[in-house]
Ligand binder design. Sequence first.
Ligand code: G3I
Length: 344
Amino acid sequence: IEDLPPMHETTDFPMGVAIDSRETVGAAAQLLTRHFNNITPENHMKPEAWYDAERNFRPHDQAIALMDFARTNNLGVYGHVLVWHSQTPAWFFQDGAGAPLSTSAAHQQVLRDRLRTHVFAVAESLSDRYGPFGSATNPMRAFDVVNEVVADSGEFSDGLRRSEWYRILGEEYIDLAFRYADEAFNDVHAVAGADPVTLFINDYNTEQSGKQGRYKALVQRLIARGVPVDGVGHQFHVSLSTPVANLGTALAAFEDLPVIQAVTELDVTTGTPVTQANLIEQGYYFRDAFRVFRTYADDLFVVTVWGLTDGRSWRVGNGAPLVFDDNLRAKPAYHGAVDGELPA
Ligand code: G3I
């Protein structure tokens, strides 16, 4: 591991990285614990990850590996995700015969109950093992309560994604997800009187004006209804052609709301082939993006990169999106992020 300044010591906000259990051992773990003080489970806490084929909820080994790793190394955990349209067991949305739930009052109640049961099962399994949220032995600090609920186009007046959650319950499922999460993570399974788990809404393309407007309108409605949403997440899956200024505009758009913000899934594709020139350009991109993030430091819960090394990125096919290469060496992107020296 190179002897370089830890990323999290160069920022006034925590630095996070999305991982799976592979990064909790060996040299990758050393690199991670040097540079980051927060982790997000890339896949291990998604709804479907918690259930076996017989639909039984169980606190599975990989989620435990991440929590143990965080506790041992004094890292925070940003949970991902309680409610999503993707990577969710199909039976959530089916009746006993395997047919889609209808929008009858009875079927709506079935889905509300499943939502509540799921949220409480996650909270209970993590607090049984690690102590109540807010205690010294429990590293959980935040959770994406709902992910990607905003529509990609402007065709719907409420601006919401038409998912199975939405089809059956309408906008109400978002309110319920936050209310159940607040009850489970910040009350029933928390240290008395504490409010330890910051509850986020999270979405992508929030650096684009249309999505951003729909996202903000939703968050404003939630706040107006007294829904316990604490934080607004910006995924920021961007490329070298995304103007850095747009990242600042996205953060600025939510500054007047009573929420904290987070950059939750940052990666910056270079395009292919990956060349020395575009890696350097990417270094300047990270420098400029992190300069923007530093100006919002007081508003940022965490800035998380979506993977430790390029080869582990879901976007590696679009060219080297992260700050460390597959030999665990710092790229120009690292030097940009810490505002260090960059080649001309
Ligand atoms: O674990 C299985 C493995 O057993 C199997 O052999 C293999 C064969 O395909 O699949 C493995 O699962 C894959 C999983 O990643 C773990 O590597 C899934 O197929 C694959 O679909 C899954 O992709 C993840 C994707 O979410 C799923 O939608 C990516 O790793 C993950 O980075 C990505 O993360 C999302 C965020 O949750 C939400 N925002 C967007 C972001 C990028 O798509």
